[in-house]
Write a protein that binds this ligand. Structure first.
Ligand code: PEP
Ligand code: MN
Length: 264
């Protein structure tokens, strides 16, 4: 299989316009759960850039559990993401929810994100594989490592060599945390595949207090980077405020990660 270590022994390094994912330095993607307004996004982008992240994250198309919750700003949101990211020399990563918008999202973003809920949407996986952009493939809510690797195989066999895994927690019997962050998946994926893997401690825990400790644990476990939710005013966030770091909290954890990766 294309994703496997047997197929390719050396680690793949994915170059996104000069930002190397899978190289010696951890790559950090950060920003709000959802794009809410130009003001919110500009403030977030500034904080993310000042903290030293390389990517601005934010959803313009949101896969919400309830149809009555905020669904995202669609193409307006994509335009805002591009504008805010360019202003602070950041790359963009954003989710594509649906086959019909792959081309549209690919026009604005540097990396196409496949969310946990779509990890086994095979038609979508094939379509993003043909879109000419690197793909961030989040682990499904209940996906085994093998199912996840097979999802990446769909993307790769459609013509995309640049797949980045993202561990974002899985559903277990535990309800204290939003999900159970499986950091052993970092080691497993690295044993089984040459592709890079990053960790999402925000969705992985659902709790602001746990984001920094789990971010550091992920780097210690060998993750190639992180994706972290940061909101300039989490208390009024339209989505996932409880797990979003403030700009100050984000800068603190970034400084800690920098010191950690210097000794690893
Ligand atoms: C996200 O990162 O915006 C998101 C919706 O995460 P997940 O697909 O992991 O739930
Ligand atoms: Mn979120």
């Amino acid at each position: 299989k294309l994703v496997s270590r047997e197929f390719k022994q050396e680690n793949s390094v994915i170059d996104v316009g000069g930002v190397k994912i899978g190289g010696p330095e951890p790559v950090v993607m950060a920003g709000p759960c959802a794009v809410e307004s130009m003001d919110q996004l500009m403030e977030a982008a500034q904080a993310v850039a000042e903290g030293g992240a390389q990517f601005l994250r934010g959803g313009a198309y949101k896969p919400r559990t309830s149809p009555y919750d905020f669904q995202g700003m669609a193409e307006d949101g994509l335009q805002m993401l591009r504008k805010a990211a360019d202003k602070f020399s950041l790359k963009v990563v954003t989710e594509v929810l649906d086959q019909r918008t792959v081309e549209e999202v690919a026009e604005y973003t540097d990396v196409l994100q496949i969310g946990a809920r779509n990890m086994q949407n095979f038609q979508l996986l094939k379509e993003v594989g043909r879109a000419g952009r690197p793909v961030l493939l989040k682990r499904g809510l209940c996906a085994t490592i093998k199912e996840w690797l097979n999802a990446a195989e769909y993307v790769m066999s459609s013509g995309c060599d640049d797949v980045i895994f993202c561990e974002r927690g899985i559903r277990t019997y535990e309800t204290y945390t939003r999900n159970t962050l499986d950091l052993s998946a970092v080691v497993a994926v690295k044993e089984l595949s040459h592709l890079p893997i990053i960790v999402d401690p925000s969705h992985g825990t659902g709790r602001r207090s746990m984001v920094s400790p789990m971010a550091k644990a992920a780097i210690a476990a060998g993750a190639d980077g992180l994706i972290i939710e940061v909101h300039p005013h989490p208390e009024v966030a339209l989505c996932d405020g409880d797990q979003s770091l403030t700009p100050e909290e984000f800068k603190k954890v970034m400084a800690e990660i920098k010191r950690m990766s210097a000794i690893l």
